[in-house]
Design a protein around this ligand. Structure first.
Ligand code: GAR
Length: 197
């Protein structure tokens, strides 16, 4: 038995790619990516899903308004999803949504939580803030999602050293390569293996 995984995306989808690759490599064996949902019709992540023969859906907030989360819930139910992975999903889910899936939603965040996290800290902005502060070590965190943005239980973290000549862009790439793409698949496998037991 395997857990059905839905991955929610908004952009480039390199973390989705890391999950697809980990599934192919046998790093993820307790779950299967069966659905990719994007809140952006132009997300390159959708191409990555199609190339891997994974079903996709586009759900737009500006079209659906209040019905945005309801539509996501319908898709999750129709596809018998057991675990939801937020991989660069740039929309904060409501309390009623997160409460409907306790310990079933996981997120990857590009810093060592509790630093540089919460509302307003996403994507490149996180790395800009780390460089502005002058921290010497940053990294990535995979955590469960609850009603507090970036506030749920931590599942895995990995540290990455900052270099003197780093820009937000060079730092973002290194945090992805050395931390996010490594710990996200491992955390997904860990949570899926518990769910199927
Ligand atoms: C990743 O760095 C991810 O950690 C971050 O956005 C990027 C998405 O890249 N997520 C957040 O900042 C969430 N608060 P990707 O689309 O290539 O995976």
């Amino acid at each position: 038995m395997t857990a059905n995984i839905a991955v929610l995306v908004s952009g480039g989808g390199t973390n989705l790619q890391a999950l697809i690759d980990a599934q192919k490599a046998g790093i993820i064996t307790s779950g299967k990516i069966t659905l990719v949902i994007s809140n952006n019709a132009n997300a390159y992540a959708l191409e990555r899903a199609k190339n891997a023969d994974i079903k996709t859906a586009v759900v737009l907030k500006k079209e659906l308004g209040e019905g945005f989360e309801e539509r996501i819930k319908e898709l999750l139910a129709e596809n018998k999803i057991d675990i939801i992975v937020l991989a660069g999903f740039m929309s904060i889910l409501s309390e009623s949504f997160t409460k409907a899936f306790p310990k079933k939603i996981i997120n990857v965040h590009p810093s060592l939580i509790p630093s540089f996290c919460g509302k307003g800290f996403y994507g490149l902005r996180v790395h800009e803030a780390a460089l502005e502060k002058g921290v010497k070590v940053t990294g990535a965190t995979v955590h469960f999602v609850n009603e507090i943005p970036d506030g749920g239980e931590i599942i895995m973290q990995k540290a990455v050293s900052i270099r003197e000549n780093d820009t937000p862009e060079t730092l973002q790439k290194r945090v992805m390569r050395l931390a996010e793409w490594k710990i996200l698949p491992l955390a997904v496998e860990k949570v899926c293996s518990k769910i199927i037991k």
